[in-house]
Design a protein around this ligand. Sequence first.
Ligand SMILES: [Zn+2]
Length: 203
Amino acid sequence: MAMRAINISLLTKRRLTLGNWLLRMPTIISHGVAAVAIGKVFTPERMPARFWLLSVVCAMLPDFDVVGFAFGVSYSDMLGHRGLTHSFAFAFIVGCVAALIRSQGTPRDRKTWFIFIIYFFIVTASHGLLDAMTNGGLGVAFFAPFSNTRYFFPWRPIEVSPLGLDVFFSSPLPVLWSELKWIWVPSALVVSASQIVWSILKR
Ligand SMILES: [Zn+2]
């Protein structure tokens, strides 16, 4: 549970700016890439657009907590960045809702329903798990709302995406490069490996 020293006073004053959002775009897209990779590992079937859209939205959703900055919520609060929306509890609720949306118009089947809850839970939780591998900011409150303790993994190779005031001093390239190396390339490798496994299992 290594914690990197940060200036909390700066974090509490962060505001949403256009530059902030633009600079965070690669990171938001990278979470979507991870979601597609998980989906490809999950099933070799051709899935409808609704499935892929839900997967990507689930993986991106946790970062909507940055909206709280505009309302004076501090990064370190339970409702702050990497707080409640990055928790396993939130991922479970999102998983249930996404499974419900996915099942609209399809025959009700308890087993399929259960499998999709687990799937969308994993996709949503992947966001916090990747954030816990970044090298900055505060850790992830995996056990919110029961605990606001922030966690990082011991291994944190991913360059953190800057927030608020950092934008003026930041170039998007190190974050982009880091995410290509640690999210996009591993995702492509995992998908390729899973395709081989699926093709063997299908024989
Ligand atoms: Zn996040």
